[in-house]
Write a protein that binds this ligand. Sequence first.
Ligand code: ASP
Length: 318
Amino acid sequence: MLIPNKTLAIIIFCFLTTATIFSQNKYTIVIHGGAGTISKDMPDSVKEDYYSALKEALSIGKSILHLGGSSLDAVERVINYFEDNPKFNAGRGAVYTAEGKHELDASIMFGKDLSCGAVAGVTGIKNPISLARLVMEKSPHVFFFGEGAEQYGKKMGVTFVENSYFDTEKRFEQLKKSQEKIKGTVGCVAIDNEGNITAGTSTGGMTNKMHGRVGDSPIIGAGNYANNKTCGVSATGTGELFIRHNVAFNVSALMEYKGFTLQQAADEMIFNRLPEGAGGIIAVDKEGNYSMVFSSSGMFRGVADSEGVFEVKIWKEE
Ligand code: ASP
């Protein structure tokens, strides 16, 4: 018996609608755009610009996860957005070194198999997080620095820019008053429908840093970590402190070895181990719980999940 085309179309439509309703993807995503001294006195228009950039970043990641995409894709795309936005200290808006140049760091980690990739001190890579992902997925190594990283980027065909592409008025002003504490590193952690956790972090580092200085962001276990058994973490703040205290790994370790909840582990590292004002972290655990803690006056951040949560914040009380 031949089924008429129209009937067939109706059957397919009903099947797809039912399948979508019953197979709603479960996911959580958190983002940060840096922690530091963030004055509440900033003009409303500037505040609004930050809120809308955070919302935009979150929507990019949420829509990938909502359609059943991987946490890896979500994290990379969110960070690409931040890297292309001059408001944040990653990619385009990277801070200046003491010599008036830009040296960028990034890393990404996939919690399913602990694979990871990192680059440090790159000067001409438009989107360092994407190069870090290539290091993870296509090279036998984990970490490339400086010229070797750029050479690998050339081989893999990533987009190059002149170092002056990263020049912005705002960051130059910050270099001139190098006591500037707003940092603006970016990060994203997500768990997808398959339970895979990815964490990514990208930065221009600290304003006025010495040539060759590498912070915590590209160091697996310090500024970035993911393990499906526990959680994923991305950090922001004074990198030297996060390296000394192995912050991202220790959040995971406290959960695995000591049975801490994600929130307990995050609080322990940020409030009991690091000095006050060091910075903050965003994290997601294997159940999709999230934590965003910081000991600075503010942290640009946001969270979205499959239950309908969608919020962005800058200060503690809002
Ligand atoms: N953690 C970054 C670094 O030390 C800076 C930041 O998060 O703002 O390079």
